[in-house]
Design a protein around this ligand. Structure first.
Ligand code: E4P
Length: 213
């Protein structure tokens, strides 16, 4: 399973990359706007830490998306072009596949959208579990359905669990066999923690202090 950080903050990427567990980063226009930094420079810096950095197109028509996809993929070999799940996006995914440009199809909310994106040649699809949960639907149930569909076919497209909001989303992604989960910094920081680990270390340290040296 690959673990990505969902952020546009380079310091966060550097910190988590140092753990030795980070496979990639996903950004989106909202995350980039939050940081208020130069987008291309941010992406290039992140490419120094991880082999996969998703950078999203902002055009909405296929011609504009294709132009941005060609430009962004030229920035660095680690860039994956993020394309929204629309009809124009599907045309862009097919174009990118033809050109050998790696893509991440974002804003996937149904099995049908997942199948279309895979057939159009997306390298990765990103179903958004948290946003489905927010509407009262079960986001992880969609991941289970997509993986079940994938078990019948030979789609090379990786399923990335996006819009994760808590450690349980990551647990479920792992147990369902999702290929990738992208994780906000605050959630990532919670993953190594367990109260019994802390209690165990304290007991070992307390006992070690009693050992005659
Ligand atoms: C990642 O690729 C997505 O853009 C991100 O996970 C969306 O998360 P959000 O629903 O918390 O904004």
């Amino acid at each position: 399973m690959k673990l990505f950080l969902d952020t546009a903050n380079v310091d966060q990427v550097a910190e988590i990359a140092a753990w030795g567990v980070l496979d990639g980063v996903t950004t989106n226009p909202s995350l980039v706007a939050k940081e208020g930094k130069d987008f291309k420079k941010t992406v290039l810096k992140m490419c120094e830490y991880v082999p996969s950095v998703s950078a999203q197109v902002t055009a909405t028509d296929a011609d504009g998306m294709k132009k941005q996809a060609v430009e962004m993929s030229d920035w660095h070999t680690h860039v994956i072009v993020k394309v929204p799940m629309t009809v124009e996006g599907l045309k862009t995914l097919a174009f990118c596949k033809e050109k050998g440009i790696r893509t991440n199809c974002t804003l996937v909310f149904s099995v049908n959208q997942a199948v279309l994106a895979a057939k159009a040649g997306a390298t990765i699809i990103s179903p958004f579990v948290g946003r489905l949960d927010d509407t009262g639907e079960n986001g992880m149930a969609l991941i289970a359905q997509i993986l079940q569909a994938w078990s019948h076919y030979a789609f090379p497209t990786e399923v990335l669990v996006a819009s994760t909001r808590n450690p349980d989303h990551i647990t479920q992604a792992a147990t369902l066999g999702a290929h990738i989960a992208t994780i906000p910094y605050e959630v990532m920081k919670k993953l190594p923690l367990h109260p019994l680990t802390d209690a165990g270390i304290k007991k070992f340290m307390d006992d070690w202090a009693k050992v005659r040296k």
